[in-house]
Design a protein around this ligand. Structure first.
Ligand code: XMP
Length: 319
């Protein structure tokens, strides 16, 4: 019988049989899959689990703190947080090209994760949040079938020299099943049913060069948009919604003075499979209220626009 509780018991027993009393390392990203693996492994092997969470500085507003609050404080998971924002900003300085940014962000993640794992000498296993669609997708790419438009970065696999065995307890599960496990394991519903977030994070939502100042404006605009969507019962009606920072200045009037400030774009889509998407027909009054809040609350932003492009031809992300 498929119930989340049965699947969890079964997966936990299998993990215990696989790893015995060895320590297991897991990279936490803040996303659903790695969070569910963490909660599951915590249940299965308790403190034999060690998580490394690389805070890239490119996550949503205060997301790093939220990951720690949920996983470490609430669930009691052993998490090592690495505050790497400055390293990311330094590595991204002067870089404009989206694919170049993706590569830098992906490479730096592997580097930092390796550095941290090298400090953990007694770890024997690496856990990953691989789910069934990932298995299918990578099988496709090996036969050359995957159509790569963007080099999607996720945890790329284990560092060769570490010689760790793999633990992948979600390998046979679909996303909706993983979510049900998450809720059963006690993760907050809000986290488990979050919109997808790209691996390179806000690195591809600040168009062109990524700067700390831009990221903070973007995070705060995005936070206002998402909170308002939730408050109006619109969050679950959209498949993905977010703000984008446009590095262009436009003229506005702030108070009595003429201002020359940044532009924020809002994007919200409805989709089944993320391969094609429609822009979400959010109510005008709602969009107006979000725009007013962003402009009033964020110094440096005087214009907000709404993206009304479908996919294709526009991708969901702007980069
Ligand atoms: P696009 O922009 O290609 O996005 O229409 C489709 C879905 O994929 C996500 N996305 C990414 N996810 N690494 C990821 O892990 C990436 O580089 C990346 N680029 C796009 C996007 O957020 C959307 O859900």
């Amino acid at each position: 019988l498929w119930t989340a509780a049965n699947i969890i018991d079964d997966a936990a027993a299998r993990v215990r049989a696989q790893v015995g009393s060895d320590k297991v390392l897991l990279g936490l990203s803040g996303g659903v899959d790695s969070s569910v693996v963490a909660a599951l492994l915590k249940r299965a092997i308790g403190d034999q689990l060690v998580c490394v969470f690389v805070d890239t500085g490119l996550l949503r507003w205060k997301e790093g703190d939220q990951v720690m609050a949920t996983m470490a404080e609430h669930m009691g998971v052993n998490v090592i947080r690495v505050n790497a924002a400055e390293r990311y900003f330094a590595a991204l300085a002067g870089v404009q090209d989206p694919e170049a940014k993706r590569k830098i962000i992906g490479r730096l993640f592997v580097e930092i994760f390796e550095e941290e794992s090298a400090k953990l000498t007694d770890v024997k296993w690496l856990a990953q949040g691989t789910i069934y669609p990932d298995v299918i997708e990578s099988a496709g790419s090996k036969t050359g079938k995957a159509h790569v438009i963007k080099s999607h970065h996720n945890v790329g696999g284990l560092p060769e020299h570490m010689k760790l065995g793999l633990v992948e307890p979600l390998r046979e599960l679909f996303k909706d099943e993983v979510r049900r496990l998450g809720v059963e394991l006690g993760l907050p519903r809000e986290m488990v049913y979050r919109h997808p977030f790209p691996g390179p994070g806000l690195g591809v939502r600040v168009l062109g060069e990524v700067k700390a100042e831009y990221v903070e404006l973007l995070q705060r605009a995005d936070d206002i948009f998402i909170r308002e969507l939730r408050a109006h019962g619109l969050y679950d009606k959209t498949s993905q919604a977010f703000a984008v920072f446009l590095p262009v200045k436009s003229v506005g009037v702030v108070g009595d003075a003429r201002a020359y400030e940044w532009v924020i774009a809002l994007r919200a889509v409805e989709t089944i499979d993320f391969m094609t998407a429609h822009w979400a027909h959010l109510p005008y009054e709602f969009l107006g209220a979000v725009s007013t809040r962003i402009i009033n609350e964020l110094h440096g932003v005087s214009r907000v626009v709404y993206d009304i492009s479908g996919k294709p031809p526009a991708t969901i992300e702007w980069e």
